[in-house]
Design a protein around this ligand. Sequence first.
Ligand code: ADP
Ligand code: MG
Length: 228
Amino acid sequence: MTTTTLTTGVRVRDVRRVFDRRVVLDGADLTIAPGEFVALLGASGSGKSTLLRAVAGLDRGATGSFDVPDRRAIVFQEHRLMPWSRVWRNVTLGLDAPRLRDRALRALTEVGLAARADAWPRTLSGGESQRVALARALVRTPDLLLLDEPFGALDALTRLKAQALVARLWTEHRPAVLLVTHDVEEALLLADRALLLRDGRIAEEFVVDVPRPRALDHPRLLTLRRHL
Ligand code: ADP
Ligand code: MG
């Protein structure tokens, strides 16, 4: 695995990953322009999380060439907050910078949770916990935001609100985004492009050339949805 940093976008080539002699990624290529929002779709078990972890630099077993920004942040399906740290400390955990609490409060304000800064994670709802996870990503001012089914564990209404929040944060901060999801409608609502992972590669690509904000009954989205 070779990793370099040339741009604030992503250029990843020929990613391979084998688990127990099973080829999960078989030469996957992925490009994301700076500020572009890309959704990665695929069946359960198709290797979406494996590809995201490889792009994140978290998988030493993946081979390929990786040109990925240094400033990247990840949100997983589970919030992964540390239960023994208050919310604001969770947001800045691992950061080495002055005025950490101020930074945390700014990020928490962006996700509407400044009032919960001193709360313990176990007192938060699932949706609030994911918003804290988003704040923890934002505080790092990422050039690349990696989202692995971040709304998958939320109920339908909470998910809609969380999707709207991500759409707003992306518009305001404009990181490149790789959103792993198996929800076609989510991809169509949020992304500039939707990629389909199949047989270990990006098998298809759909450009979602529909202005935002989007509604799912837009004729172009209806057409795309039939193909996905
Ligand atoms: P997806 O996110 O698309 O649902 P994953 O990337 O999680 O799929 O997994 C793809 C395949 O790789 C699955 O068959 C899964 O069981 C396998 N896999 C993922 N991680 C590991 C691991 N650490 N060890 C063994 N097999 C794994
Ligand atoms: Mg997954």
